[in-house]
Design a protein around this ligand. Structure first.
Ligand SMILES: *Cc1c(COP(=O)(O)O)cnc(C)c1O
Length: 409
């Protein structure tokens, strides 16, 4: 945009820091859209990628296979609960959600129920930027209000928290069950659609209703997967709810290479495990299961196994909560909430985002608010010194924003 401040050139990254070409250094509060969970340039991931680059940088994944993909699929299957054992690799989060939708719709076709082709998504959801995922996003508040419709038939409901929302959701599923293929949800934390949280009970209720009416449940863990919420690697484990399909991306490769995975449970897989070509899942991206990405993801999983990222996430969460809670009393702040290593300061009106972003850079941090949400999702390895720099910057910039607001009122 003409009005936006020019993009800052990054010359080098290291740990939780961005070194700019003009000599300045910024402490990164959002880990490059929540991907760089081990910090930047982790030597273990780098070494794995370099080794893979020398051996097999890429081969097509139709009719050919390779060790990194086989191993990564096996490890993801071992980490995920239930029969979530069948992994499909793509190159971005949005595409992995599209594949989840295709798995659900086509598996219903394959078992003779082609009328099940509607999808239910929740208010404030965000599931991607492609034409298949845009209609799943919140049509009023979401970033895709300009492209609300597509051939995908989407029902919308509030997250079932509280009696009335539970009834709305249950009634909608019951009424559309014969045509409803799947319900898709970001478990525990809805991220880019407004950073709203719900509890495990809501997910258990969704699971119960889906099971009762023969509807697939898709968990989009692209934002929350890989330890962001502390307690466990995945939200499905924290909530103790097993979906039929799960999507993973963002932190999958520790923020080094684009890769995503759609993991299906055995019943969905079995709907495709046949001998007629018509039943095959028709999806095959050119860079499917890129070996460099798979090698990076394997190295990232080794780091999760070797170093206690979950405790680190919990410790970061506690610190964020203590430090940012006082902002609740600042005029113009609607809410301050934390969940795992994620903190949100929600403002009560649309701020001048360019002004906010510029002020954060002036304070030596990289924080990029989304609409009304000033949020922190730093690398899980961030130390106390850098975390304090981030908290102080949020405190100061939000207070400054509030003071200017009062002056102009
Ligand atoms: C980021 C995100 C996506 C989209 O992933 P891309 O890699 O940007 O296509 C989908 N769902 C959720 C929950 C996300 O946070």
């Amino acid at each position: 945009m003409k009005t936006a401040p020019p993009a800052l050139e990054v010359a080098r990254t290291e740990g939780c820091r961005l070194h700019l070409a003009d000599g300045r250094t910024l402490v990164d509060g959002i880990a490059s859209w929540w991907t760089a969970c081990h910090g930047y340039n982790h030597p273990h991931i780098r070494a794995a990628v370099v080794r893979q680059l020398e051996r097999v940088p890429h081969v097509m994944f139709g009719g050919l296979t390779h060790r990194p993909a086989e191993r990564l699929a096996a490890e993801l299957a071992a980490l995920l609960p239930g029969t979530l054992d069948h992994v499909f690799f793509t190159e971005s989060g949005s595409v992995s959600v599209e594949v989840a939708l295709k798995m659900s719709l086509q598996s219903w076709q394959n078992v003779g129920r082609p009328e099940k082709r509607r999808i239910l998504a929740f208010d404030d959801a965000y599931h991607g930027d492609t034409f298949g995922t845009m209609p799943l996003c919140d049509p009023v508040e979401g970033m895709h209000r300009r492209f609300p419709g597509s051939h995908l038939a989407v029902e919308r409901a509030p997250i079932p928290v509280g009696e009335s929302a539970r009834r709305t959701f249950a009634t909608l599923v019951e009424r559309s069950a014969s045509e409803l293929a799947a319900v898709v949800v970001e478990p525990l934390v809805q991220a880019a659609g407004g950073f709203r949280f719900h509890d495990a009970e809501a997910l258990r209720f969704i699971r119960e209703v889906c099971t009762m009416h023969d509807v697939h449940l898709i968990f989009d863990e692209i934002a929350v997967g890989f330890g962001r919420l502390g307690d466990a690697l995945f939200a499905c484990e924290i909530a103790d709810v097993t979906p039929d399909v799960i999507t993973l991306s963002k932190a999958l490769t520790g923020g080094t290479l684009p890769l995503a995975a759609t993991v299906a449970s055995r019943p969905i897989f079995e709907a495709f495990w046949r001998d007629d070509a018509e039943s095959a899942l028709m999806h095959g991206p050119t860079y499917m299961a890129n070996p460099l990405g798979c090698a990076a993801a394997l190295a990232s999983l080794e780091l999760f196994a070797r170093e206690d990222r979950l405790s680190q996430a919990t410790r970061i969460g506690g610190r964020l909560r203590d430090r940012l809670a006082p902002l609740r009393t600042v005029p113009g702040v609607r809410d301050v909430r934390t969940c795992g290593a994620l903190a949100v300061v929600e403002l009560d009106r649309d701020p001048d985002l360019d002004w906010l972003r510029t002020r954060f850079v002036d304070h030596g941090v990289w924080v990029r608010p989304l609409e009304r949400c000033v949020y922190l999702m730093p690398a899980l390895v961030i130390d106390d010194v850098d975390l304090e720099v981030l908290c102080q910057a949020v405190e100061r910039v939000v207070t400054e924003w509030s003071t200017r607001l009062e002056a102009s009122d």
